[in-house]
Design a protein around this ligand. Structure first.
Ligand code: CTP
Length: 410
């Protein structure tokens, strides 16, 4: 159980913060709500106090003997502001302390995560973007807003992520403990591919695989909690997208390849967690293949393009490339033997090798792997949640960016 200070600023998405309070409490956390005066025009003090089970004040001059901004800031193990309006971002970036929330933001030494929500024009305005960049530079995690329906008839980037996704980010940041105060992927753009491709046989059938996308989604979510800008190329995944992630949906290996290569041009790291088909039908039928008296059809397959190989060929200096290899081992070599050979053949910096088996790999929320590094070292990750493996991958990626690390495309 942790102490979470939830700041709420004055935007229509304030009503969604009620659900954030409820979910955080259900998860066992103590929640103190600090609304701005403007937030109270959307949701009143009684609602915040009832949901959080704690008294709520807005002004630094309420109970001055208790020096509320200091006690709150020290009490908090994490500060989350949702929604964070353009005005709140501006005040936080300028270091102002003109209400209880901004005073607490200036005082706290706990990790801070801001979830902006506003109209697209306000979000895209250079002033807001400069404020966000400054806050990120100072170690604040700023979650990019979702794209979608905004207040009124408008639609575009500016939506608050779902309460469920926000609470997930909070949970991940709390798990990181003190490390969350210095988000080591801040300022980085990372691309993750997830899921399994589908290669059409006809309009209703496909060749596919059992990848659920969970490992890729865990990689994306942990990268957000560590401050990265994340693009997730998702092949046929039904999971809810993590907060702050730009999702590019794809179906086939060819689409995945095009999408990954196009979004990776400015990426600091690309993690290919997707299970990409190695073969596709050479001649997919435009109409449904009918049962035929002459027996089942023969399906000719052709090889798909190797996306990792294309990434290696197009890599920009400093870009770290990570492959995944689900292996079973056979008479020819064991799982790690195949892994080492694949790392060398693919020319990647890291290869996450997992043995496919019960309770791990596909469709499971747990995984177990050995991460092979191009310098010959390796890191074993015992059976545990996919986000634990994800954090190890990001640790090793960040290590490749350190001056003096070999490789990383240079
Ligand atoms: N991969 C890729 N493009 C493909 C197939 C796979 O980029 N057309 C990527 C996967 O996303 C994964 C890595 O390559 O990160 C290893 O995938 P795997 O299927 O294990 O490798 P293959 O080279 O296909 O080797 P194998 O013969 O063992 O299937």
């Amino acid at each position: 159980m942790s102490h979470v200070l939830l700041g709420v600023s004055g935007g229509i998405a304030a009503y969604k913060a009620c659900e954030v309070v409820r979910r955080l409490r259900e998860a066992g956390h103590e929640v103190q709500v600090a609304p701005t005066t403007a937030a109270l025009r959307f949701v009143g003090v009684p609602t915040w106090a009832a949901l959080s089970g704690r008294p709520v004040s807005v002004d630094v001059f309420d109970d001055p003997d208790q020096v509320r901004h200091v006690t709150l800031a020290r009490w908090a193990e994490l500060v989350v502001v949702a929604p964070a309006t353009a005005d709140l971002l501006a005040r936080a970036a300028a270091g102002r302390a003109d209400d209880l929330l901004t005073a607490a933001l200036l005082t706290t030494r706990a990790p801070v995560v801001l979830a902006p929500a506003m109209h697209t024009e306000m979000w895209e305005h250079p002033a807001t973007q400069a404020n966000v960049a400054l806050l990120r530079h100072r170690g604040v995690v700023v979650i990019d807003p979702d794209v979608g329906r905004l207040a009124g008839p408008d639609s575009g980037p500016g939506r608050l992520p779902t309460p469920e996704a926000l609470v997930e980010t909070v949970r991940r940041m709390l798990t990181r403990g003190a490390a969350a105060t210095s988000p080591d992927l801040a300022g980085r753009h990372v691309v993750v591919s997830a899921g399994g491709t589908r290669e059409a046989l006809d309009p209703v059938r496909f060749l596919g695989n059992r990848s659920s996308g969970r490992q890729g989604y865990a990689l994306a979510a942990t990268a957000v909690a560590r401050g990265a800008r994340v693009t997730l190329v998702a092949a046929n995944v039904t999971l809810a997208p993590p907060a702050g992630v730009r999702v590019v949906p794809v179906v086939s290996a060819a689409e995945l390849g095009d999408a990954v290569l196009s979004v990776s041009r400015d990426a600091d790291a690309v993690v290919m967690a997707a299970a990409v088909a190695d073969f596709r039908p050479a001649h997919p039928s435009a109409t449904k293949i009918k049962k035929s008296v002459s027996g089942p059809p023969r399906i000719e397959l052709v090889t798909t393009g190797d996306v990792l190989a294309a990434l290696v060929a197009a890599r920009i200096p400093g870009q770290v490339l990570v492959g995944f290899a689900a292996e079973t081992g056979d008479a020819g070599a064991d799982v790690l033997g195949y892994g080492r050979a694949k790392l060398a053949a693919k020319g990647v910096d890291l290869l996450v090798v997992n043995e496919v088996g019960e309770h791990r790999g596909f469709e499971s929320s747990d995984n177990q792997a050995v991460v092979l590094v191009a310098d010959g070292t390796s890191r074993e990750v015992g059976l545990g949640p996919k986000e634990t493996l994800a954090d190890v991958v990001w640790d090793l990626v960040a290590a490749r960016w350190q001056p003096g690390a070999d490789g990383a495309g240079e």
